[in-house]
Design a protein around this ligand. Sequence first.
Ligand code: ZN
Length: 336
Amino acid sequence: MGNDTRIFTDVDYEKDGKQTGWLYLPYSVTRSAYGNISIPIAVIKNGKGPTVFLMAGNHGDEYEGQIELCRLIRTLEPGEINGRVIVMPAANLPAALAGTRVSPLDDANLNRAFPGDPNGSPTYAIAHYIDSVLLPMTNYHHDFHSGGSSLDYVPFASMRKSDSLDLDAKAMAALKAFGAPVSLVWAHTLDTGFANAAAIGRGIVSLGGEFGGGGSVSIAGLRIVERGIRNFLRHIGCLAGDSTVKGDQTPTRLMEVKNRSCFVLAPDAGLFEPTVELGDWVAAGQLCGQVHFVDHPTRAPVPAHFATAGMVICKRRLGRVERGDCVAHLATDWTG
Ligand SMILES: [Zn+2]
């Protein structure tokens, strides 16, 4: 088998104007021998200028970006922009339609699948297309997330630290321009295979963010994304207008997730009783919550403590836990 993508499309990335179409991923099943998974894509292009690639639905149960990128496709006109805006509102379409983090077709997590595999399962084939076809055209990337079904977040836009000070400075400028109430730097890498990491590896200015969670749609998160996209496009010269943050915007609060000690993991399997709320500031050693054993009421609950001080920017939504589940994580004010 070759190393080229099997995905084909009816959009022409080089053509001026607004095109909406699909990426077709061959998927042969009983009900459709010559079938294709049809993943929506839009290309809005006007002459020369930067290429911006906006994606959501990387995780299917994270909705603010999916809604706002569909809205952007309907409302952004080529005459408003310089350059090219490529939009994928439901990157892992099978997961987006199922409302699940991972794809129901292969149980795979698109945001752990980069750089992908052209001959792999659907999720890996999508990652490979994004990495090998879309990212090489891209100057600026934004991947919109939320906490999904299992986590709630204080909404923020984010960037990931790279090995390049120059790239980090450009990402920081774009992050500030996006203008979310909180702008967060992931100084600690949780895992591998992220879309952002693939983009950063190609020298692309790449932003992300968590704009809600709990498998629901945050109205505040929607507004942050809608306004932020326009700010981001203005900042990079793609959309006309002033890129400075003003008017209805309060200055963004710069925060960071420094290291693994910001994360609190469930120490046992059971029912987790949290003792902090989202947005609370906590001290090192403070109780985060405790695991109860409803099948063994006389057994003492097992506590979980914060290892470090900070703000509870993320909290688990679901009550039942297994050992190793993240029940909360902290962010601290950015120190540069
Ligand atoms: Zn996500």
